[in-house]
Ligand binder design. Structure first.
Ligand code: AMP
Length: 407
């Protein structure tokens, strides 16, 4: 059997097709610029004799429905799937599940309505995610569409971590609270960390750091998320590519009152013009590393603020957890930037955290690895994330679970 994973954005659909017997990726690709005059379709697949093939076409793909049609047609033409009945499930990434969804869920009408109900909490993401779901339910009603939520892993947080110190009615009537995101990634690397530590996830105390264009830290006690840095929206917490992360909320009043900025301008400023981009004019960490090496002071500051913020969260979450087995770095920056890893853990020796400089220098080795010294009480791990695999496995488990329950 196979599982198709779809990540539907406002003008794009990324996909991967997995074999369920060994979880190998048979095909992956993306449709980009949906609705524009010339959309882009990229696909890579492994053909019957094991050779990897690629294709890249540009043509008009007016809608998500046309995009998903195109993906399935191409998978069939390239003989990656024969009949649609080979699909055990279609797993959909859904950014926000609110408080309703604590686990992957097979989608029916009630689930669609519940995802729609939390759309005000993720107005940029949930509508596109829903669009993908509705298309696959219409096109392939015989294949379960499973929603896998970015927020679900964090639903184990205690209320002391998820409630803000705001008037109670804002929570009771409007569900304003911390939800957290990147849950699929934090959960995946936590499971891999447990395997590397050689003990059950249920016994692990971890701090997982997903550092990519978006970035978040999670405190994991006995395998469960007990705190995370992103909040009601993915704007809170660490410094990100273009997002500010933590701020004094009074800065917003200042911008409105003294600079006369409208709310939409402030939203844009904090989401798209801040973070690394705001500090040094560039949001690509590779470029920032090069600039800093060439002596650019603003690039140096961007790295410094980013690492300082990560270190603050490590300290806070260590205090929350009391005992710590490992810190896990993942995401484009976490997996690749030895500079950020080094600076975030610098000076934490008294907490039992010591990075080994040689192991931290990744060289050619880009897989899962331990980068702490043998004496370091807390292991420091680098684990490439694989959200698509996690979604595929969770979607498959959800359908198998239902099949078992109905037997
Ligand atoms: P992601 O959102 O997980 O794809 O991560 C994107 C971020 O990872 C960008 O800031 C990239 O510059 C950064 N990144 C990717 N490769 C490297 C690398 N080799 N060194 C430093 N940063 C990297």
């Amino acid at each position: 059997m196979k599982v198709l994973v779809l990540n539907s954005g406002s003008s794009s659909i990324k996909y991967q097709l997995f074999e369920t017997h060994d979880w190998a990726v048979r095909a992956h690709g993306a449709v980009a610029r949906i609705g524009e005059a010339l959309s882009e379709f990229k696909e890579s697949w492994v053909d019957a004799d094991g050779t990897r093939q690629t294709q890249h076409v540009e043509r008009a793909i007016p809608s998500h429905r046309a995009g998903i049609d195109h993906i399935i047609a191409s998978l069939r033409t390239n003989r990656v799937i024969g009949d649609i009945s080979e699909l055990a499930a279609i797993g959909h990434r859904v950014v926000h599940g609110g408080e309703h969804f604590k686990s992957p869920t097979i989608v029916d009408e009630a689930v669609v309505a519940a995802i729609r109900a939390v759309t005000p909490l993720a107005p940029l993401h949930n509508p596109a995610n829903l669009e993908g779901i509705e298309v696959t339910r219409r096109l392939f009603p015989q294949v379960p569409s499973v929603a896998v939520f970015d927020t679900a892993f964090h639903q184990t947080m205690p209320r002391t971590a998820y409630r803000y110190a705001l008037p109670e009615w804002l929570y009771l009537e409007h569900r304003i609270r911390r939800y957290g995101f990147h849950g699929t990634s934090h959960h995946y690397v936590a499971k891999r960390a447990a395997a590397m530590l050689g003990k059950p996830l249920e016994d692990c105390h971890l701090i997982t750091l997903h550092l990519g264009n978006g970035a978040s830290a999670t405190a994991i006690r006995d395998g469960n998320s007990v705190d995370t840095s992103m909040g009601l929206t993915p704007l809170e917490g660490l410094v990100m590519g273009t997002r500010s992360g933590d701020l004094d909320p009074a800065i917003l009043f200042y911008l409105a009152k003294n600079l006369g900025l409208e709310m939409t301008a402030i939203e844009d400023l904090l989401n798209r013009q801040s973070g690394l981009l705001g500090i040094c004019g560039v949001n690509d960490m590779r470029e920032i590393d090069r600039m800093a090496e060439d002596g650019d002071d603003r690039a140096e500051l961007a790295i410094g603020i980013t690492a300082h913020r990560i270190k603050k969260y490590i300290g806070a979450y260590y205090a929350e957890l009391g005992r710590l087995d490992a810190i896990v770095f993942t995401g484009g920056i976490g997996e690749n930037s030895m500079e950020i890893r080094c600076r975030a853990c610098e000076g934490l020796e008294t907490l039992g955290i010591k990075i080994d400089d040689r192991s931290n220098f990744c060289g050619e080795h880009r897989g899962e690895r331990c980068i702490s010294t043998p004496e370091s009480q807390v292991r420091v791990l680098v684990i490439p994330t694989n959200e698509e695999l996690e979604i595929a496995q969770q979607a498959f488990d959800a359908t198998v679970g239902v099949a078992r329950a109905t037997q």
